[in-house]
Design a protein around this ligand. Sequence first.
Ligand code: GMT
Length: 375
Amino acid sequence: MNIGIVCYPTFGGSGVVATELGLELSKRGHEIHFITYNQPVRLELVSHNVHYHEVNVPEYPLFHYQPYELALSSKLVDMVKLHNIEILHVHYAIPHAYAAYMAKKMLMEEGINVPIVTTLHGTDITLVGSHPFYKPAVTFSINKSDAVTAVSKNLKDDTIRLFDIKNDIHVVPNFIDLDKYNHEFTDCQRGMMASDNEKIITHISNLRPVKRVQDVISVFYNIQKEMPAKLMFIGEGPEKENVERRCEELGIIDKVIFFGRSNEIDKILCFSDLFLLPSLTESFGLAALEAMASGVPVISSNTGGIPEVNINGFSGFLSDVGDVEDMTKNALHILSDANRLKTFKDNARTQSLKFDLHEIVPQYEAIYEDTLTKC
Ligand code: GMT
């Protein structure tokens, strides 16, 4: 198939899923066209059947806001015609599903029918999309999509609860390349980061308020009072300065390593002992899955779709949002006994096997085929 993928090219989970999906589909013989405003961060290797088409939005002083949706829909029209794209898969409803629908209507004027598959990722529904300023447009573009997928059962339920949805929503979870995160025979070079007696705790996110990074600091602060430990902090975002200031105030700044945005998540997870994800809301928690695939147990909140990924008492523990005491207790329970830590590490890897990309990517292919048959 000739597939157009529209996504955010950034480090966010939706962009990562879209990019990994496109790359895997290309390995399975499909022709993939990424259409977005920058080269997606995980798109390092462009091969003969992976193409990237940049959307340019010229600056014009009249516009207070430059019209990205307009530029995107025009680009989609041009690319569909030029490359005979058969199906458009848009990741994150805002504004991609809306722009794709406009492109579809324009193409129809020329007798071309291109079906749209929309994947809902989380904040496009839970935080942003349900805001009254966006809700009518988001409802419209979901209902006008030819197929809709959500990354967890919980996100599907939220979408049905928050919007007046007429379409079926297929649940297709986030997936993982299990080989990339298999560290069984890797020397993780742990010694570069910590001494043998120190435990390594890791957090990865875009450091937005929704990630509750202050809870990460609180849990880590409590852990390091009980045992030698270091915190690996990966990501950039609006909470970064507050985090740094709090680490200074608590006197733990020398125990926290800030990696910024990193393309070497797998290498950092390789030497990690525990992953913290105390989010306020999380439709799936791709970062937790990446940790688990690396054999790193997860201490998380029990919000959104996280319980579909992290299994309480098996791959880690789940607590109520903001319950730092419970998260600390659970973290210490896992870390304080070497045998128990080993069991949780093995369980985390076992749980991640349910999200093998070789099992999940064909689900998207089946949706494309079904949609093409119906449209
Ligand atoms: O977590 C973020 O803030 C980034 C966001 C995104 O859209 O890029 O991630 C969302 O999509 C990921 C991939 O499907 C999910 O694994 C994340 O759980 C989800 N984030 C939230 O729901 C907060």
